[in-house]
Ligand binder design. Sequence first.
Ligand code: KG4
Ligand code: ZN
Length: 369
Amino acid sequence: MAETRDEPLVLGIETSCDETGVGVVRGTTLLADAVASSVDEHARFGGVVPEVASRAHLEAMVPTIQRALKDAGVTASDLDGIAVTAGPGLAGALLVGVSAAKAYAYALGKPLYGVNHLASHICVDQLEHGALPEPTMALLVSGGHSSLLLSTDITSDVRPLGSTIDDAAGEAFDKIARVLNLGFPGGPVIDRYAREGDPDAIAFPRGLTGPRDAAYDFSFSGLKTSVARWIEAKRAAGEEVPVRDVAASFQEAVVDVLTRKAVRACKDEGVDHLMIGGGVAANTRLRALAQERCDAAGIRLRVPRPKLCTDNGAMVAALGAEMVARNRAASDLGLSADSSLPVTEPHVPGAHAHDHDHVHEVSKDNLYS
Ligand code: KG4
Ligand code: ZN
């Protein structure tokens, strides 16, 4: 879509995990995507440490906002709204972003939009491929979530068809990388090793793919155990673990199930578009196999570039801009972070949703509630 001046200019803040992301978009056009990551500080612990993440967000917040505005070539007073991830995510980490967004919204007299992290992972594709078709089937695969979602309007209607009953896809990548001593986060490094391995070397199980299993649910815990046992047995026998083949075979088991179920959901629901979002959507093999299977089924595949798949602020700004464009109610300044915000709630209007023009009249008292 061509950029026009009257499309909403929105700044988005993302702090649900370990990236402090601040993006600026105009309508569906990406203007800036600034990210400060604390991943190196977590690596030695083998996972994200919530307190460390919150602290890093606090330090990175203002400089990252300033960098995003500068990169976008706009000033804060030009903005039509401030969007922020209200959940789901780490409570303390979310709180830093929500507090910052409230402070900026209050100080600037701009409407505030508390949005859902998961819906943002879907909406971000508008920055790459233009307006989302309605309905859109979305396969959302991240460190905390794996779901198949059907949406007729990303600002108001996201319906889960199925989700993981145990581990999320990204979590499985992270755990297997740990067993293989490849470091954290596991997804990118397994992706790299797998490129040089044989995906058919070891036949790992495909969870929940039997005829009686729930068609759209996922399970990666059995796979994880199976891979870990296989590695242990090799080590116990004093044999070398073929890391590249294990990575490739494990990855193939994950992406085979993800793509098979996603294509099936599209066919069953008569939806001819599949969108894949979330950190795991950056996976090279997932992207390739999804393309192959969608082509064979006559489904159009939309996957954002890898940098927009992992957590970032532009995705939050993209959903915020869509909220403004569709005249959704702004959140009030009493907005609070909700670490377990359900995927069915794309945005959090707050207990007393305000008209945009009145947002600056909200009392300072509820700024910190
Ligand atoms: O969406 P995201 O950045 O954060 C959450 O909302 O969870 O997803 C992070 C997850 C991590 O588990 C990470 O290992 C995984 O996405 N990931 C990948 C790749 N890049 C990131 N998984 C597989 N292949 C990748 N290339
Ligand atoms: Zn995410």
